[in-house]
Design a protein around this ligand. Structure first.
Ligand code: FES
Ligand SMILES: [Fe+2]
Length: 381
């Protein structure tokens, strides 16, 4: 076991109650050993959202994604079955699907033309006659576990994961009454931030603590003092009653309803819901000090008459996001400073962050102890 890594993980006491807890220590946001461990045991060890069902509605529809450094392909087969594969050719490892999404009858590898069916089977290999002991049936695309919940497609990199429903647990019952299926996908925006992915998640999970200081426009429609924070097994719901306000015209026109609901699902997925409006955020690490956040916007009404309103709603989110980007990048700099080791948590506001840190610590500590090499062994099967 890596002693240095073990010592780093031991810096965080995941048994401390919120009143006594510290944040995870600064080196966890900076260290490449921690990043590797996260890749294997957080992103590689939990169900992960990779896309939406509406992207693969019909046979032949597919999309590609990257998870924990692994190229992934999700595709709906001619039989209507949704499948996921490693997007890695069995010949010399090139990606067989090379575009973010599309529609296909089969996948022809761009390198030497090997051809795979929608179900992953290897259909043909040009100029391969005379090769001995080659079992075509055993050389299909390598499959991985895939399942869906609401409009979201999840995969799991482990070979025999426990069911998605077990992972989601009490999250399912909390979300299902909200009728997310009434909302339709509108558009996607991507943001690249110069900060560790956990800085972004921490910022999301501070129970509205930063809202009055950083998001004055958004704050004008939230009843900040009645903001609630509820932790589930692997989720946190932050919720706030809404108030009418004329302070910021664009915000009040696009953020309506009785309540704002902000759901986080461990480790990196968020669902934000206002009346008739939803956006999801997927936070993807790109090294220790960079991450990408994918925002998918959904609306109840996608008619042309609503387009101006929907575009304004996306712009409202964009403005809030700009404010968050700047503070997250500032935090990343501070975490690297010799002046900072770890911080304390507000009992009133930061229970969600505390849950995140404890779940993360559990995965990292148990992952290091188990020393599993699942991803390596997969290629040998
Ligand atoms: S790498 Fe795909 S055909 Fe050679
Ligand atoms: Fe924010």
């Amino acid at each position: 076991m890596d002693t240095n890594l073990k010592n780093l993980l031991a810096l965080y006491d995941d048994t401390a109650p919120l009143e006594e807890a510290h944040t995870i220590p600064a080196p966890w946001y900076l260290d490449s050993g921690v990043e590797q461990l996260e890749r294997q045991h957080v992103f590689g060890g939990n169900w992960q959202v990779i896309g939406r069902i509406d992207q693969v509605a019909n046979p032949g529809d597919f999309f590609t994604a990257e998870l924990a450094g692994e190229p992934i392909l999700a595709v709906r087969g001619a039989d209507g079955q949704l499948r996921a594969f490693y997007n890695v050719c069995r010949h010399h490892a090139a990606a067989v699907a090379t575009v973010p999404c599309g529609h296909a009858q089969s996948f022809r590898c761009p390198y030497h033309g090997w051809n795979y069916g929608l179900d992953g089977t290897l259909k043909g290999m040009p100029e391969f006659a005379g090769v001995c002991n080659f079992d075509r049936a055993a050389n299909g695309l390598m499959p991985l576990a895939i399942d869906t919940w609401e409009n979201f497609v999840f995969v799991h990199l482990a070979s025999n994961p426990s069911p998605l429903r077990d992972f989601l647990s009490d999250f399912v019952a909390r979300v299902s009454p909200l009728g997310l299926d009434k909302l339709q996908f509108h558009s996607r925006r991507e943001y690249t931030l110069n900060c560790n992915w956990k800085v972004y998640v921490d910022n999301y999970l501070d129970g509205g603590y930063h809202v009055p200081h950083l998001h004055k426009g958004l704050n004008s429609v939230l009843d900040y003092s009645h903001y609630t924070i509820e932790n589930g097994e692997r989720f946190c719901l932050q919720s706030s009653p809404m108030v009418a306000s004329e302070e910021d015209a664009q915000v009040s026109a696009t953020r309506k309803g009785d309540r704002a609901r902000y759901f986080w699902l461990y480790p990196n997925f968020m669902i934000n819901i206002y009346q008739g409006v939803m956006d999801t955020n997927l936070v993807l690490p790109l090294g220790t000090d960079k991450c990408r956040v994918l925002f998918d916007f959904f609306f109840e009404d996608l008619s042309p008459e609503q387009e101006e309103h929907n575009t304004a709603s996306v712009a409202t989110s964009d403005k809030v996001q700009d404010e968050d980007v700047a503070i997250c990048e500032s935090v990343q700099k501070g975490l690297a400073s010799r002046a900072y080791g770890a911080g304390r948590l507000s009992v009133r506001r930061e229970a969600g962050e505390h849950l995140f840190h404890r779940l993360l610590a559990y995965d990292l500590k148990s992952g290091l102890a188990s020393g599993q090499k699942e991803l390596v062994s997969l290629a040998m099967r």
